[in-house]
Design a protein around this ligand. Structure first.
Ligand code: GDP
Length: 598
C-alpha cells in the first residue's frame, strides 16, 4: 500500500479553508510562510474580491507522521464554494478518499456544507470533522458539535477542535487523515483510467487538465483519449502541484496531478470525463460524468452596436477557460445584434460580465436573467424556450413546464416564520420538511421554482435573517406551471428585451412593479411616455413618464458658448449609456429592472 492520502476540504466560505491550507503548507514545509499568500492564492481577482474562491489548484504535500515515523504524501483537492458549481464539487469529491469537514465554531453548520457533506458520504468518503476558530471568544463549540451530530450524524466524540489561524490541532488533523482516510486503491498495471476533475486554460501551454488516476499510468508521449467525445491527444507533460506546477515522469494509480496534452480549450477537457489510453482504452468510463447544462439565461448585447464582433471574440476567449459558458448569436429588435448566453447561475453570470469588463474592456447590456421553459403546443410540438421574447403566443400553448429545485435553508429558529413566509407566500414554494439541528438551528426544506430564487432571493433571505440563514439548492426536475408572458411597451412600442415570464398569480403585481420601476429608470423626454405591460392580449398595467418641460439648453440662452458646448458634450457622453428605442432613450439599468421587482 502506498503512503498516499487524497482529501478535499468541505467548508463554507470564510470558515477557514484557505487558512487551514496555508497552515498545512507551512507545517509540511512546502512553502515559506512569507511567500504563502501570493503563491498559493492565485485565484481570479473577481473571486477574491467577492470572497468567493471558485476553485484553486490542488496541492501535494509530504508529512512525516509522528505516530509511525513514516512519510506520507497528502493531496488536497479544492472544491468550489458556491452552489452554481455544485457539479464540480461532486467531481472533486469523486477524486479523493476522504474529506475534512471544517466548520467555524462561531457560525455553526451552513446549508451548503450539509449538502456537500451528503455528497461526500454518497461517494463513501471518510469524513474528518473539525471545528475551527476555537480561539475566538464567541466560539460556540458545544452547539457546533450538536449541529454536526444532528445534521451529519457524526458523534461529537470524533470531532477535532482546531484553530487554523493559531495552528492549534492542525498536526492532529494531519495524523487523523493518515489514520482514518484509506490509501488509494487501484491497479497500477491496469489500463489507464483517470478522472478529469478540473481544467484550466493557460495562454502559453493550452489546457492544463487536473486528473486523478484510478488505474494504470500515464507519462510523456502517451496517446490519451477523452471518453465523452473520443478525441485523442499526445501527452506533453505530466506533473504535480507542490504547490507550483512541477513535472514528474509519470502519474500512476492513486495520484493526483496534471496533464498537458495540447488540448485547445477547456470545453474539450470536460469535468467528470474519463481519460484513458487511446491505443489500449478501457471499455467503460468512470461513473458520474454528465454534461453541465446552463440553468440561467440572459441576452447580452454590446454597449455600442458596432462592437458586436469584438464581443463575439471576447466571449470566445472566455469560453476557452470556461466550459460552462454557452452563447449563440441572437437578435433583438430593441437591442440589435448580440448573444443569448447560458450560465450555471447568477454568480457565474456576474463573473462573466465582470471579466468582459475587466479583461476585455467591453461594456455589455445584459437582459434580466431567466430559466429555461418547456412548452407543449396545441399542435403537439414541444419547444424549449430560454428567451421570454420568444415565448409562444398564449393561444397556441397547451402546457408549460418550469424547472424546480429542492431548496434547503438553515436558520436560527427566530427567523423561521419570516423565511417560511418568504418562500411560501412570495416565492411559490412548498414546504417539504423541517428538522432541528442543535438548539440554535432549524433546517427547512422546500420545493421551489428555480425562477423564483435566481433574482433577489439570497439577499432577501440574508436580510430577513440578519445574515444568519444559509441556503443550498439542487435541481429536481420540470413541473407543469401556469405561466404567462408579460410584454412591455414603451411609448406604444413593444421592447422585446424587457419581456418576462411570470406565474399567472403574480403577473399583475410583477407587471405593476415593472412598469413603475421602468418609469423611474427611464429619463423624462420632451414628450409623455406611456409604459405598458401586456399579457394575454390585454394591457394589465400602465405607468406614465411625464414630459420634460424645458430642454437642457434653455438655461444657457445668453450664456457663453463654451459652457453650452460642454453641456452638449456631456449630454452626448451620457447618451452612450442609453439605448434609443423608437424615439425613447432607455438606460442600461432598465433592462435589469426586473431584478429589482422579482
Ligand atoms: P475560506 O473562505 O474558507 O478560505 O476562509 P479563510 O481561510 O480565508 O478565513 C476567513 C477568515 O477567518 C480570515 O479572516 C481568517 O483569518 C479567519 N480565520 C480562519 N481560521 C481562523 C481561526 O482558527 N481563528 C480565527 N480567529 N480566525 C480564523
Amino acid at each position: 500500500m502506498r503512503n498516499v492520502r487524497n482529501i478535499s476540504i468541505i467548508a463554507h466560505i470564510d470558515h477557514g479553508k484557505t487558512t487551514l491550507t496555508d497552515r498545512i503548507l507551512e507545517i509540511t514545509g512546502a512553502i515559506e510562510k512569507r511567500k504563502m499568500r501570493e503563491q498559493f492564492l492565485d485565484s481570479m481577482d473577481i473571486e477574491r474580491e467577492r470572497g468567493i474562491t471558485i476553485k484553486s489548484h490542488p496541492l501535494r504535500v509530504f508529512y512525516k507522521s509522528k505516530k509511525d515515523g513514516k512519510e506520507y504524501e497528502i493531496n488536497i483537492v479544492d472544491t468550489p464554494g458556491h452552489v452554481d458549481f455544485s457539479y464540480e464539487v461532486d467531481r472533486s469529491l469523486a477524486a479523493v478518499e476522504g474529506a475534512i469537514l471544517l466548520v467555524d465554531a462561531s457560525q455553526g453548520v451552513q446549508a451548503q456544507t450539509v449538502a456537500n457533506t451528503y455528497k461526500a458520504l454518497e461517494h463513501n468518503l471518510e469524513i474528518i470533522p473539525a471545528i475551527n476558530k476555537i480561539d475566538l471568544p464567541n466560539a460556540n463549540v458545544a452547539e457546533t458539535e450538536l449541529e454536526i451530530e444532528d445534521l451529519i450524524g457524526i458523534p461529537s466524540s470524533e470531532i477535532l477542535k482546531i484553530s487554523a489561524k493559531e495552528g492549534i490541532g492542525v498536526e492532529e488533523l494531519l495524523e487523523e487523515i493518515i489514520e482514518k482516510v484509506p490509501a488509494p486503491s487501484g491497479d497500477e498495471d491496469g489500463k489507464l483510467k483517470a478522472l478529469i476533475f478540473d481544467a484550466k486554460y493557460d495562454k502559453y501551454r493550452g489546457v492544463i487538465v487536473y486528473i486523478r488516476v484510478f488505474d494504470g499510468k500515464v507519462s510523456i508521449g502517451d496517446k490519451i483519449m477523452t471518453f465523452s467525445n473520443g478525441q485523442s491527444y499526445e501527452v506533453i507533460e505530466t506533473g504535480v502541484f507542490t504547490p507550483d506546477m512541477t513535472p514528474v515522469d509519470e502519474l500512476k494509480a492513486g495520484d493526483i496531478g496534471y496533464i498537458i496534452a495540447g488540448i485547445k480549450e477547456v470545453s474539450l477537457a470536460r469535468i467528470g470525463d474519463t481519460i484513458t489510453n487511446a491505443i489500449d482504452p478501457v471499455e467503460e468510463p468512470l461513473e458520474g460524468y454528465k454534461e453541465v447544462k446552463p440553468m440561467v439565461f440572459a441576452g447580452m448585447f454590446p454597449g455600442v452596436p458596432e462592437y458586436y464582433e469584438e464581443l463575439r471574440k471576447a466571449l470566445e476567449k472566455l469560453k476557452l477557460n470556461d466550459s460552462a459558458l454557452v452563447f449563440y448569436p441572437d437578435h433583438s429588435p430593441a437591442l440589435g445584434f448580440g448573444f443569448r448566453c447560458g450560465f450555471l447561475g447568477l454568480l457565474h453570470m456576474d463573473v462573466v460580465k465582470e471579466r468582459l469588463e475587466r479583461e476585455f474592456e467591453m461594456t455589455v447590456i445584459l437582459t434580466a436573467p431567466n430559466v429555461e421553459y418547456k412548452v407543449l403546443l396545441k399542435n403537439g410540438e414541444e419547444l424549449i424556450v430560454n428567451d421570454p421574447a420568444k415565448f409562444p403566443d398564449e393561444s397556441t400553448i397547451q402546457e408549460v413546464y418550469e424547472p424546480y429545485v429542492k431548496l434547503s435553508i438553515i436558520t436560527p429558529p427566530e427567523y423561521l416564520g419570516r423565511l417560511m413566509n418568504l418562500v411560501q407566500n412570495e416565492k411559490r414554494g412548498t414546504m417539504i420538511s423541517t428538522e432541528n439541528a442543535g438548539f440554535e438551528r432549524v433546517v427547512l426544506n422546500f420545493e421551489v421554482p428555480l425562477a423564483e430564487i435566481i433574482f433577489d432571493f439570497f439577499d432577501k433571505m440574508k436580510a430577513l435573517s440578519r445574515g444568519y440563514a444559509s441556503m443550498d439548492y439542487e435541481f429536481i426536475g420540470y413541473r407543469k406551471s401556469d405561466l404567462v408572458k408579460v410584454s412591455i411597451l414603451v411609448n406604444k412600442e413593444p421592447v422585446d428585451a424587457l419581456s418576462i415570464i411570470a406565474h399567472k398569480d403574480k403577473a399583475y403585481s410583477m407587471a405593476r412593479k415593472l412598469v413603475d420601476k421602468l418609469a423611474e429608470l427611464i429619463p423624462q423626454h420632451q414628450f409623455e411616455i406611456p409604459i405598458q405591460a401586456k399579457a394575454g392580449g390585454r394591457i394589465i398595467a400602465r405607468s406614465t413618464i411625464k414630459a420634460l418641460r424645458k430642454d437642457v439648453l434653455a438655461k444657457c440662452y445668453g450664456g457663453d458658448v463654451t459652457r453650452k458646448m460642454k453641456l452638449l458634450q456631456k449630454q452626448k457622453e451620457g447618451k452612450k449609456k442609453l439605448r434609443e428605442i423608437g424615439n425613447v432613450s432607455i438606460p442600461q439599468e432598465a433592462f435589469l429592472a426586473l431584478l429589482k421587482v422579482g
